[in-house]
Design a protein around this ligand. Sequence first.
Ligand code: MSP
Length: 507
Amino acid sequence: MAKPFYLTTPLYYVNAKPHIGHAYTTVVADTLARAHRQRGERVFLLTGTDEHGEKISQAAQEQGISAKEFVDRNSDTFHSLWKLLNISYDKFIRTSDPAHQVVVQKVLEKLKPQLELGSYKFWYCVPCETSFGLSEVEAAKALCPQCQRPVSQVEEEDYFLPLEKHRAWLKETIQKNPNFIRPESRRNEVLGMLTNELPALCVTRPKERVPWGIPVPFSPNHTTYVWFDALINYISALEWPDNEKFHHYWEESGGPLHLVGKDIIRHHCLYWPIILHALGLPLPKMVFAHGWWLVKGEKMSKSKGNIVDPQAVVEAYGLDAVRYFMLRDVPFGDDGIFSEEALIKRINSDLANDLGNLVYRTLTMIEKHAGGKIPAGKPDSGLVELAAQAEAGVWSGLSNLAPGDALKSLWELITRANKLVEERAPWTLAKEGKRQELESFLYQLADTVRAIALLLWPFLPGTAESTWKQLGFTTDLGTQHLPAALKEHIPPGQAISKGAPLFPRLQ
Ligand code: MSP
């Protein structure tokens, strides 16, 4: 059976509209999922929405509608955005799904013997939906150590999962598995968190104060803490505990790859592994924490009015330009600056000048000099070798969670092909009547463009599919397998169907 690959994005809060940061993780996840599928793996890409808790119910109240109505409406916005961004998820989970709620309740039942009912004082940040120990917040200022917004002190009777007794185990696990948390800087940050005693994790809320949450099965006065509920999605989506899906995608695959932002590593690298350990379940394969998109060097926020709306950017510049920019411009893991100038620069140089130009001029010359049909010829061994190198570079970049490096490898092939056009000057061959040489070169170029479409597909599926069709293929590009498809070549005589340039230059 095909190798399983399980990949997740965070579940996005539905209190506000999606922004470019949400689109980012999901586009990277989609690219990885497509690349793994293209190599014959059985992929399960999970995304969805996080719908309970104080933040959501406050937002619903502000709009004067019920929490249920509010989450249904806003979850749809994420659905539509993923459609617009061409996200090939296998499941879109909502934490309000009844099936998810049942699993959360099963987990709570299973952990009950380990939970402690108690009354503790802690600081709580509603925007982060995160509690902090008394010593973690400076009382005079009362600001969240994570987002710097005001926190309030809470003291109430709740169920707690003790974390401290798992601390030594977790530290050793992280130390022994250098790839469990990446990049290295985040791993060190988590190891730093593990040098201090870990306060117990409050896993419930009094129903009276936070009614919008999953009921706790053994305590009618409590609902489930939103983060505890949300993390469980990674196993409820696989229908844990009684389904073969869990065995296949969690156990046989070596565990999920969780893509998360750097602000939620405490939840994914401390709480989540400990919850799994307490349940007796194996750990994820990796948690990769990426950086943040900033605008003019600042965090995006409603109050600053600088939130980048992915839908507006896609409508203005085209989906694949935006996908390319996000995947190529900033190393996954680092913070990046989102600016239209930088986006336009990438469009003009890499997409219009390099990729678009190669495809357009190749097809134009085939129309002009070969009657619109792929001429007779044989693949050029040098170009075939370069395509194989690009394939290896793409795969190693993606396997290393460096989509930008993967694209750089692919662009080496594109650049080389464009350079060859200049060197071989087919227009001169035409003028001099060197038909056979001309046709043979045009064949080699078309065959290289075919390889480029195959390699480009996970990153820019729409552009790759359009290129594939323009080359005259009627097959579905998404069902081609790598690296085998690179050993095949374009059939001579195939009628091309040239379209407009893929990426017009922008001012
Ligand atoms: N609901 C929780 C996650 C639960 S996962 C079981 C949550 N939601 S969120 O909507 O606030 O954030 C979702 C993701 O968006 C996080 O990974 C966060 O890092 C990411 N981003 C939020 N702003 C971002 C940028 N400006 N740039 C890049 N990613 C950012 O946290």
